[in-house]
Design a protein around this ligand. Structure first.
Ligand SMILES: Cc1cc2nc3c(=O)[nH]c(=O)nc-3n(C[C@H](O)[C@H](O)[C@H](O)COP(=O)(O)OP(=O)(O)OC[C@H]3O[C@@H](n4cnc5c(N)ncnc54)[C@H](O)[C@@H]3O)c2cc1C
Length: 435
């Protein structure tokens, strides 16, 4: 029998793993088992499909199914739910309709993603409550929006996906209430930076902080979108004995091996190394899913690759704002017992005399000796691309003094002569010198 790799899950990580495996070892039998009807679509694009910016669900697919099945020779089985993984016997059990089937493997890559945390919303039926974690759900919600059946909506959770959903619903003409149990929006930012976003959100929706979905006095709405976070879908491997770490995600090495022999994992179900803290961290994002999937597939198929870790870089559009972060926040540094301070500046995104610029809030988080630990940025323009400079600086292990010396591009329509990053670095470096 030829060697067989089984990939559990046909999302970003799974299809990256399957494709990489096929490239690495063309003789390998590669089987993808996916529980839904779709593979390889842009989950990150769902809010834009709902708002109508993306016209049809078809536009979300990176490639047609045939690209994987015919061109790459990958055996993709949809509506196939894996229910058991046996690392000793090297087989998985999966359900397809009424049938329960067993499939042996020589290697398995677990890419089951993450499961949204469920919250009951009083007075709204299950058929009107959406988590929007799958294309199926997004198609159902878009159907209601297109049919003009949604005049008002409740969004539960003001994390980045909740706010993207709120924006999409506002774009469709809905009156939107957002409830958040915490006292800030975007809990992955420090509260002072989140406050800038909060003001912007309040101008566009009815935002209620410190409020949960069961709070009295919430308006009667047509439907609810629940977006209160996800849990890694790690149970199959964990039950089989794989070690887990933060948030219950699977622990992996740089080659994406779990602690079980012959079992690799990638994407939203793992906690990769965070290069700033040196510890595993659960930061489920599409970029990491694609990269770790590719590494897992390559190595599991006999090739060589490694994933050096993340620095936690993320960006989100919140109505007219670009909101970005990398590294760790001040709150995260303190929680991890890392000595840190934050330096904040507000500077223009373009030369003062050039029309159209806007204020850019920059927070640098730095530690002993001025070591850069993280950054956050909020503004109507200039945050999304600039954060990548700081992510690069973090990976290079720079100090705020090193940042000051960067030769960053300048032209009036794009930046002031001293870029906001350099202004923030200078301010931080002065503090380091004075301390
Ligand atoms: C609305 C939204 C917006 C987002 N926006 C961004 C963004 O802008 N930037 C960014 O970096 N990230 C974003 N993300 C996160 C990003 O989409 C995920 O990190 C990425 O999709 C994870 O890929 P994955 O392959 O690990 O998991 P998934 O894409 O979730 O794929 C996992 C697959 O496994 C299948 N599966 C699960 N269990 C089983 C089983 N037992 N048997 C068979 N199949 C199974 C699931 O059906 C699923 O298809 C967003 C996510 C959402 C929901």
């Amino acid at each position: 029998m030829s060697e067989r790799m089984v990939v559990i899950g046909g999302g970003a990580a799974g299809m990256s793993a399957a494709s990489a495996a096929r490239r690495t070892n063309p003789a390998l039998d590669v089987v993808v088992l996916e529980s839904t009807s779709y593979i390889a679509y842009g989950l990150c694009g769902l809010p834009y499909y709902l708002s109508g910016v993306v016209a049809t669900a078809d536009d979300l697919f990176a490639y047609p199914m045939e690209r994987f099945t015919k061109d790459r020779g990958i055996d993709v089985r949809t509506a196939a739910v894996v229910t058991e993984l046996d690392p000793d016997g090297q087989w998985v059990v999966y359900r397809m309709g009424e049938r329960t089937l067993r499939l042996s493997y020589s290697s398995v890559v677990v890419t089951a993603g993450a499961t949204p945390v469920h919250v009951e919303v009083p007075d709204i039926g299950a058929d009107r409550t959406f988590a929007v974690r799958t294309l199926e759900e997004a198609i159902a919600l878009r159907g209601l929006l297109d049919a003009g059946k949604v005049g008002s909506a409740l969004v539960v959770g003001a994390g980045y996906i909740g706010l993207e959903m709120a924006e999409a619903l506002v774009a469709r003409g809905c009156s939107v209430t957002v409830v958040e149990r915490l006292d800030q929006v975007l809990p992955t930012l420090d509260p002072e930076v989140a406050a800038v976003v909060e003001g912007h959100v309040r101008e566009r929706v009815d935002l209620r902080l410190g409020t949960d979905a069961c709070a009295p006095g919430l308006p009667v709405v047509d439907l609810a979108v629940v977006s209160v976070g996800v849990r890694p879908a790690a149970t199959l491997a964990a039950v089989a004995g794989a070690q887990t770490g933060p948030a219950g995600a699977l622990l992996v090495d740089a080659q994406m091996r779990t602690t079980l022999p012959g079992v690799w994992a990638a994407g939203d179900c793992i906690a990769p190394l965070h290069r700033v803290t040196g510890e595993p961290a659960y930061v489920p994002l599409g970029t990491t899913a694609n990269k770790t999937g590719r590494v897992a597939g390559t190595v599991a198929a006999g090739g060589s690759a490694s994933f050096p870790g993340i620095v936690g870089t993320a960006v989100v559009k919140v109505f007219d704002l670009e909101v970005a972060r990398t590294g760790i926040t001040l709150a995260e540094a303190r929680a991890a017992g890392i000595e840190a301070v934050a330096t904040d500046v507000v500077h223009r995104s373009r030369a003062k005399y050039y029309p159209g610029g806007s204020a850019l809030h920059v927070r640098l988080v730095h530690g002993a000796g001025g070591r850069l630990l993280g950054a956050q940025m909020v503004g109507c323009e200039g945050a999304a691309q600039r954060i990548d400079v700081l992510a690069t600086a973090l990976q290079a292990g720079m100090t705020v003094g090193d940042l000051m010396a960067l030769d960053l591009a300048y032209a009036p329509p794009y930046s002031p002569v001293y870029d906001p990053i350099l202004i923030a670095a200078e301010s931080a470096a002065r503090r380091v010198e004075a301390s």
